[in-house]
Design a protein around this ligand. Structure first.
Ligand code: ADP
Ligand code: ZN
Length: 803
């Protein structure tokens, strides 16, 4: 074996002189490759002191980094790199530094997850170290909820010796307490570190101080060890009760299950789109498929959009699976760590969670389910900008597992794949379970609406009338307004002045009460609450609304509407009703679970809020659903606006009439002729898709072509523009050099061209296939490494919006 002596390296000036005392003469026999969590888009080799060996790939180390040799944490991505292949060998000739510490006892990620990380790093153009860092929850890295405790056990052989010849051993155990302790350990079979007893508990049981144990340890009769354990934690809050009777699957469901069964059984990779209308029994099918998977000794992951991870869904799964782990934002850091450790140790074989649960460290994966696969929230909006649905497919492929993508309104991408791509198939559930009728859909044209001095009334007459009736019958209602705050403009009618954010290029939203996350505002809330705040939904900046327009001295008007205004109007119109508002201003995760519980138990009549309400809820007593403004999405300058509108209406409508009581849905809009709204009203998914695909094909948009967005930003506009032009040139060079079929647009100002005082420009890239896009970015990546210091660049592959 090749041996390296660090003192020879020191003579070459490579080892920092501060390490002199510790590291001269340290013998090292191994080299590892490290990817750092800081954004360095390159990998480094280090020598490992023999006393730190072995290290495995997936374990974190601390090592001196950069010119200043600052200690940084990084993942070992390859253990035992042969010298000839290391960066120290041959022409590369880099001198190696030495690893300082090993952080983790064992690897945090196994070989399959490391492979997945490499794929993400390549596909989403993100440094490997950053990807790896994102794959392990912060709570796990920090060791949240971990404590150390002292434990004690009988030293090997002692217990037999004592039993065989107690007389001989007698002098060793002089004290009465000492004898008691040995006896107690014997009785409880504490013979090794595994079976050791917790020291404090033992002392309390026997009723003595530390001293006798200490003496026993000195005489080597017992051993005291330090163990790190997870604090025991209260269980995840329980929600409403759910019927868990085994239903009899209908014919469509049985066919679908047989298909999944074959997929899991084959031990081969495959993807099935489960296209089933709301309430067609998709969730029930996921559960059955997981049962089959567990029977075959394999594990499963279920991904849901964060907002659908309510106590209701979680309970439904928990009732059916014993060894289940849950990962969502409603958990404390310590709870999250406990859940992750459960998965790692094999104590859990089913994981249900939001986006990042796709990285759950399960071994022997057999099934990955992505529910509501069309949801844009599966896309992470910071680096690594991955889409959990697509990562789920890749993970299934690497594990030879089956992947189920479920939705009532599949994304155009998934539909497209399922119609032609290898490994993809579709099963459909066209009917609601137990022949539930689809709710009746009613269009309300807001242009005929009547106006109050605050603008248009948010609750039209027909909606108000039905709401009144439903309440009188003791039924419940859900009202959805897809916008936070009270009104979305603060506007002076006489001079047309509008309040804008001073940091961003957007208008401010009027809030009657401050948003929940307003740490900066806390000091003044008491004094000014009665009037209101103008809040920027992009950077969070807020100001008190001035009483008069600063330009002309006139009074302000609030234009547009948000969930706070809806709540106020409801309270005025239905003073007797119990109303609760649900949006990200009014509640954190745990409050949200509480409100849903109250609603399911009939303590709330009307639930009003943002799209948090559109997903995964099952309330049999809800007979009325109102979409206050169906066209909020349509005003966004995004090619997916139609798709989002159709999805929103379909899903919210799915909340109505989930029982024998017939449901009714009111869709209020200013754009009643808009095709997305018309198709949604008729519940005509296929019609909508046909129409929408025509547009997409004509414009070379997804799902036909691939899209990537580059957002570049800087405070200095001239500098930004120069950097953008250089980037465009670089892209054009590569396209010309490699003769790639790619369309480039921009640089142009981004839709929101300033956020937090940073100017924003974008370049949009379209390619006919993923491979072409990948070739461009692989080449661009090397030059980006050099461009990076100039301005901030965010690369978004397969963006879900272009804001
Ligand atoms: P989806 O996920 O498609 O909205 P669910 O699986 O949640 O549908 O099913 C809706 C409700 O119908 C649940 O309460 C579920 O227990 C019940 N259900 C599912 N399949 C059947 C069936 N075959 N017969 C009766 N009830 C069913
Ligand atoms: Zn702002």
């Amino acid at each position: 074996m090749k041996r390296y002596k660090t003192d020879s390296l020191f003579e070459t000036g490579e080892v920092d002189s501060r390490l002199r005392g510790n590291d001269i003469g340290v013998s090292c026999s191994h080299i590892i490759r490290v990817a750092f969590e800081s954004a360095a888009d390159t990998e480094f080799d280090y020598l490992v002191p023999d006393k730190l060996w072995p290290i495995e790939a997936g374990q974190r180390v601390e090592a001196p980094f950069g010119r200043a040799n600052k200690l940084e944490a990084g993942f070992c991505i390859e253990a035992d790199v042969p010298f000839e292949k290391s960066f120290a060998a041959g022409g590369k000739g880099r001198k190696l530094k030495i690893v300082s510490n090993v952080i983790d006892k064992g690897p945090l990620l196994d070989a399959k997850l490391m492979e997945l990380a490499r794929w993400i790093s390549g596909y989403y153009v993100c440094p490997l170290g950053q990807v790896l860092a994102a794959m392990v929850p912060g709570a796990v890295k920090k060791g949240a909820g971990v404590k150390t405790q002292r434990e004690v056990y009988l030293a090997q052989g002692v217990e037999e010796a004592i039993e065989r010849d107690p007389a001989k051993r007698e002098p060793k155990l002089r004290g009465k307490k000492q004898k008691q302790i040995v006896k107690y350990l014997q009785q409880n079979k504490a013979f090794d570190s595994e079976s050791a007893l917790e020291l404090q508990g033992l002392l309390a049981e026997i009723g003595c101080t530390n001293a006798p144990v200490k003496r026993l340890a000195e005489k080597q009769v017992v051993r005291i060890i330090q163990k790190t354990i997870l604090k025991s934690l209260p269980a995840i809050p329980a929600g409403m009760s759910i019927e868990t009777d085994r239903v009899v699957l209908n014919e469509d469901q049985q066919k679908a299950l047989a298909h999944f069964n074959a997929g899991i059984d084959s031990g081969l990779f495959g993807v099935t789109l489960l296209h089933g209308v709301t309430d067609s029994g998709k969730t029930e099918l996921y559960i059955r498929a997981i049962e089959l998977c567990l029977q075959k000794g394999k594990s499963a992951i279920v991904l849901l959009p964060e907002i659908a991870l309510t106590a209701q869904t979680v309970q439904r799964f928990s009732a059916r699976f014993k060894k289940i782990a849950v990962m969502h934002s409603g958990l404390t850091a310590a709870q999250r760590n406990v859940q992750w450790q459960k998965i790692r140790s094999g104590e859990a074989d089913v994981v249900i969670g939001a986006r990042s649960a796709v990285f759950a460290p399960l071994s022997n994966l057999g099934l990955v389910v992505v529910d509501e696969e069309h949801e844009p929230s599966f896309k992470q909006d910071t680096a690594p900008r991955y889409n959990a649905r697509d990562v789920a497919i890749k993970r299934a492929q690497l594990s030879n597992a089956h992947c189920i993508l479920g939705s009532a309104t599949p994304s155009l991408e998934t539909l497209f794949n399922s119609r032609g791509k290898k490994h993809f198939s579709v099963v459909r559930l066209p009917k609601r379970v137990m022949d539930l009728a689809f709710p009746e859909m009613k269009l309300v044209d807001l242009r005929d609406g009547f106006y109050t001095k605050e603008g248009i009334s948010l609750i039209s007459e027909p909606l108000a009338e039905h709401l009144e009736n439903a309440l009188a019958k003791g039924e419940q209602a859900i009202l959805l307004l897809n916008r936070r705050g009270y009104s979305n403009f603060v506007f002076c009618p006489s001079c047309r002045y509008t309040l804008h954010c001073r940091n961003c290029d957007v208008t401010l939203t009027f809030h009657k009460s401050p948003p929940r996350d307003s740490s900066r505002m806390r000091t003044v809330t008491g004094k000014h609450m009665d009037y209101g705040f103008a809040v920027c939904h992009y950077c969070g900046a807020q100001t008190l609304v001035p009483e008069k327009c600063p330009l002309c001295g006139g009074g302000f008007a609030m234009i547009g509407f948000g969930s706070q205004r809806l709540e106020t109007e409801l309270a005025k119109k239905f003073p007797q009703a119990r109303i609760s508002r649900v949006d990200s201003d009014s509640m954190a995760g745990r409050d949200y679970y509480r409100v849903l519980k109250d609603f399911s138990q009939g303590r709330i009549d009307i639930l009003a809020g943002t799209q948090m309400l559109a997903k995964g809820l099952h309330f049999p007593n809800v007979t009325l659903v109102g979409i206050i403004s169906a066209d909020t999405c349509l005003y966004l300058p995004d090619f997916r606006a139609n798709e989002r509108t159709f999805q929103l209406i379909s899903h919210v409508a799915g909340r109505a009439g989930r029982s024998v009581k017939k449901g009714i849905v009111f869709v209020q809009t200013f754009l009643p002729d808009q095709p997305a709204i018309q198709f949604a009203l008729k519940n005509d998914f296929d019609g909508f898709i046909k129409e929408e695909l025509k547009h997409r094909r004509a414009c070379n948009l997804p799902p036909f072509w691939r899209l990537a967005g580059l957002i570049m930003r800087d405070r200095n506009f001239d500098k930004l523009q120069a950097a953008c032009n250089a980037m465009r040139e670089k892209i054009d060079d590569i396209i010309k050099r490699d003769n790639l079929k790619i369309t480039v647009r921009g640089p142009m100002p981004a839709v929101i061209n300033r956020i937090q005082q940073f100017h924003r420009m974008q370049i949009i890239i379209q390619a006919p296939e993923a491979e072409t896009m990948q070739r461009l970015f692989a080449s661009l990546r090397a030059s980006l490494w050099r461009l990076r210091p100039a301005v901030k660049v965010a690369i978004d592959i397969d963006p879900v919006n272009l804001l």
